[in-house]
Design a protein around this ligand. Structure first.
Ligand code: SAH
Ligand code: SF4
Length: 346
């Protein structure tokens, strides 16, 4: 009989398993804690289970893990990790220290199917969805990557979280569980390119995570061209759901990646404000990170400042995402599993 990966079981899955094995129900919670909080790699480590139980588990299950194959450190101490999955696919995660905040940016898919024209991950296409345990394992593996525990998680690495919603939600349950990885949902952000179904599911769910919508283009025709996802997910509906999310849950954040000569004019800024006029929201401005495989350019600093100042005149809270880790291609939209010539950290 082939063994099953115990880590791919949710807490309720573990409850079924202990029942099948004729064990007490509370053993499920113990197993969950061993797997996630205590990071057990072998059943022999599970010292509050009898030898007989451990042997029984060992006969039927194994504990899978993912590993770091490469690690690079940027000049600003941002660190990019290439993580190898069991089938040899690789995803990237980025650790970003900023003051007292230690943010981990995680991937939710291997590649991405949405093919936004400006994004390096989009060039890869979708290889496959990640499973909940793989997504949670990114956090488990890198929980103390910076010495201390990470404080925030953003699903802004490779992939579109809302094209893998079920597994992303299950991963968040593991990540936020006190007997799992104990990173609060309020400190976790899902970023979407505007996938309506997933936005609806998040609003309907009990999850308390934050939502960021990658708006990027206030002109609908340009948005359709640059982000093909918006052909089937019209901007009007995306904005309606973002507003609903702000009213029912937390204030939504709109991300606006500013690309030189493409969406950086003052006219774009007023269009953006017009679109968001009735939506309580924050705006996060992101200067475009250039990538060798793509011909788009970062914005002219003067234009960026003028755009920023225009937004500051509105009632929205406006933040600027500092470009982190660009020298190792660890910035937003630069994750494509590509090799880089910068120094390796061993
Ligand atoms: N698929 C999701 C999450 C991953 S992309 C989404 O699109 O929201 C994370 C963020 O990186 C998005 O806001 C995206 O617009 C932005 N991004 C993509 N390419 C970029 C680039 N080259 N420079 C800066 N930001 C980029
Ligand atoms: Fe996918 Fe997001 Fe990149 Fe678009 S920006 S291709 S949705 S990862």
């Amino acid at each position: 009989m082939t063994k099953r990966n115990l880590k791919s079981c949710s807490l309720s899955g573990l409850t079924d398993i202990v029942q099948e094995l004729g064990l007490e129900q509370y053993r499920a919670a113990q197993l969950f804690q061993w797997l996630w909080q205590k990071n057990a790699r072998e059943f022999s480590q599970m010292t509050n289970l009898s030898k007989g139980t451990r042997d029984l588990l060992d006969e039927k299950f194994y504990i899978a893990c993912i590993g770091t194959v490469e690690q690079q450190r940027a000049n600003d101490n941002t660190r990019k990790f290439v993580l190898e999955l069991a089938d040899s696919n690789a995803v990237e995660a980025v650790f970003i220290p900023e003051g007292r905040r230690r943010t981990l940016c995680i991937s939710t898919q291997v590649g991405c199917a949405l093919g936004c024209k400006f994004c390096a991950t989009g060039l890869l296409g979708l290889k496959r969805n990640m499973e909940a345990w793989e997504i949670a394992s990114e956090v488990q593996l890198l929980l103390t990557a910076g010495g201390e525990r990470i404080t925030n998680i953003v699903c802004m690495g490779m992939g579109e979280p809302f094209l893998n919603t079920e597994q992303v939600f299950a991963a968040i349950e593991i990540i936020s569980s006190p007997t799992g990885l104990a990173v609060s949902q309020r400190h976790t952000t899902i970023s979407t390119a505007g996938v309506i179904d997933g936005m609806r599911q998040l609003i309907a769910s009990t999850l308390k995570v934050k939502l960021a919508v990658s708006l990027n283009f206030a002109d609908e025709a340009l948005r359709r061209e640059m982000m093909p996802v918006s052909r089937k997910n019209p901007l009007k509906e995306v904005l309606k759901l973002a507003r609903e999310y702000s009213e029912k849950k937390h204030m939504v954040t709109f991300e606006y990646v500013m690309i030189g000569g493409v969406n950086d004019s003052l006219k774009d800024a007023s269009r953006l404000l017009e679109l968001l006029r009735n939506i309580p929201s924050k705006i996060n401005l992101i200067p475009y990170n250039e990538h060798p495989g793509l011909s788009f350019e970062k914005p002219d600093p003067k234009k960026f400042t003028a755009f920023h100042e225009e937004l500051l005149r509105s009632r929205h809270t406006v933040t600027v995402r500092k470009s982190k880790g660009q020298d190792i291609l660890a910035g937003c939209g630069q994750l494509a599993g590509s090799g880089s010539t910068t120094k390796k950290d061993t």
